[in-house]
Design a protein around this ligand. Structure first.
Ligand code: SAH
Ligand code: SF4
Length: 484
């Protein structure tokens, strides 16, 4: 077996038509080869991390489907296994290494199986090198910027060449590609890639590059397409959607883009992620309040309640500035459902700083928080800061925070008991196939039964917005039955 490194220096901002045509040729070539097999080959793609990664995986699955692969949820019997990895925290990385290790004996039994690893972890040199030297059964390794070259990479791997395609230049935007999404009603639409913020703990700017916005025309065309395919809700994605358009000649702002997306007929709900507090404009608040399709939901990561820690995190706002923005949002949209991200155990965080975070949670009363224990990331400024608290103290604080927040989340949910909520039905409940599951406009999960006596089977409700009376609540979800 030979090793081959594909690397195209000096990437363009947008992949040219000729380059896309080249990739389409690879797709046709692979399809022709695979068509000679008796059975349809199966591909298993596992995604770690954020919505952006899931969106990238939808493109990979689209390309694989075009090549003739059947996408499977079962790793057993798969001809191709691909892990789309996340580098934000260490535990996601450890899981990938564990899974790769477990594949070694499978590959020994089935040498034709193709094993690949892609995504954010691969943009870190030390990780890519470890895979190269210690995980020799891995056939292809490619980073976030090489995504559009996946057909070419797989073509090489199928010829028994070990492929490495990791580029440090910011990835060019590519448009004309198949996307294999989850079934309706929810569609993810990326509006920009990368991040310019360099929060001191975060690896994202290093593995995803600088901010690159897609053109409004391309985004709107994709929204139109998903509406035509029957999707009802769109989630616009970016690491900091509030700085959308700063790099575009047209200068279209995020609030302007939102207004345009709202005109997409057939789309009933629009959400977005993630909004950076320092860039949350009055214009955006006004558009959120005035456009009925934009959900009354905002994810606004605060990370810490201590001004000292916020400064060391390089977040670009103080607690007071954050609270001022939030006040404006609540004044404009009184029923807004608020969520946030919190990091516990940032190196310089003391118990007093942590108490400031607790006090923010009590003051704001978020509906839900996503909380993480700080994870050291190689190459980030925070990795060089010495720890003030021990791991044990950090875990104790983390547990205390969960206790405080769970009580708040439950109390917030209790205010929904007895109300009627408009729920977009997403499917059958995972735990009970007699009940349906969906979300309120604010994004709260509702599991409910159908009391209608009409001819609709339960699956006919998927994609519809129905009135659900909330009969009971838990910390993480609501329960109810349809209103007749
Ligand atoms: N761009 C988004 C999300 C980025 S990653 C934003 O700025 O909000 C998602 C979350 O992971 C972050 O909000 C942060 O809370 C958490 N996170 C990022 N790096 C981390 C690290 N090194 N350790 C622990 N949590 C981290
Ligand atoms: Fe990471 Fe900060 Fe960028 Fe979010 S804004 S991706 S936390 S650097």
């Amino acid at each position: 077996m030979t090793d081959k490194t594909i690397n195209k220096a000096g990437s363009v901002r947008r992949v040219t038509e000729a380059e896309m045509a080249e990739q389409r040729d690879y797709i046709s070539r692979i399809r022709a080869i695979l068509a000679q097999r008796n059975d349809k080959p199966k591909a298993f793609v596992e995604t770690y991390g954020c919505q952006q990664n899931s969106s990238d995986s939808e493109k990979i699955k689209g390309m694989l489907s075009d090549m003739g692969y059947e996408i499977t949820d079962e790793i057993d019997g798969a001809d191709l296994v691909l892990y789309n990895t996340c580098a934000v925290r260490e535990n996601a990385e450890l899981r990938v290494f564990g899974n790769l290790g477990a594949l070694k004996h499978k590959k020994r039994r089935n040498p034709d199986m193709i094993i690949g690893v892609c995504g954010c972890m691969m943009q870190q040199e030390h990780i890519a090198n470890t895979i190269k030297t210690k995980y020799k059964h891995v056939d292809m390794v490619f980073g976030t910027h090489a995504l559009y070259r996946f057909p070419q990479i797989l073509d090489e791997a199928l010829k028994h060449t070990r492929v490495f395609d990791i580029e440090n230049e910011d990835g060019a935007i590519f448009e004309e590609i198949s996307v294999k999404r989850d079934a309706p009603p929810l569609a993810k639409v990326p509006i920009m890639y990368g991040c310019n913020n360099f929060c001191s703990y975060c690896v994202v700017p290093y593995v995803r590059g600088r901010e690159r916005s897609r053109s409004a025309e391309d985004i709107l065309a994709e929204c139109r397409r998903v509406a035509d395919e029957g999707y009802k809700e769109i989630m616009l994605l970016g690491q900091n959607v509030n700085s959308y358009g700063n790099d575009l000649p047209s200068g279209t702002s995020f609030s302007e883009l939102l207004k345009l997306v709202c005109r997409t007929e057939g789309i009933e709900r629009i959400r977005f992620m993630t909004s950076h507090p320092k860039d949350l404009s009055d214009d955006l608040i006004e558009v959120m309040a005035s456009e009925p399709k934009i959900c009354n939901q905002l994810h606004l990561p605060i990370q810490s309640g201590s001004n000292k820690v916020l400064k060391e995190m390089n977040r670009g706002y103080t607690r007071e500035q954050y609270m001022e923005r939030l006040k404006k949002v609540r004044r404009a949209i009184p029923d807004i459902v608020l969520t946030t991200d919190i990091i516990v155990g940032f190196p310089t965080e003391t118990n007093e700083d942590f108490n400031e975070t607790l006090s923010v949670l009590k003051e704001v009363e978020y509906d839900m928080i996503f909380s993480f224990i700080y994870s050291k990331r190689v190459g980030t400024p925070a990795a060089k800061m010495p720890d003030v608290l021990t791991d044990e103290e950090k875990h104790r604080n983390f547990d205390e925070m969960l206790k405080v927040q769970n009580e708040i989340s439950k109390r917030k949910n209790e205010t929904y008991a007895g109300t009627v909520q408009k729920v977009l039905v997403e499917g059958l409940s995972k735990t009970n196939d007699k009940t349906l599951t969906g979300r309120t406009e604010g994004g709260k999960v509702v599991n409910f039964s159908c009391s209608d006596n009409n001819d609709l089977s339960l699956s006919d409700y998927v994609g519809k917005i129905v009135d659900v009376k909330i009969t009971s609540v838990q910390t993480w979800s609501l329960f109810g039955e349809t209103e007749n």
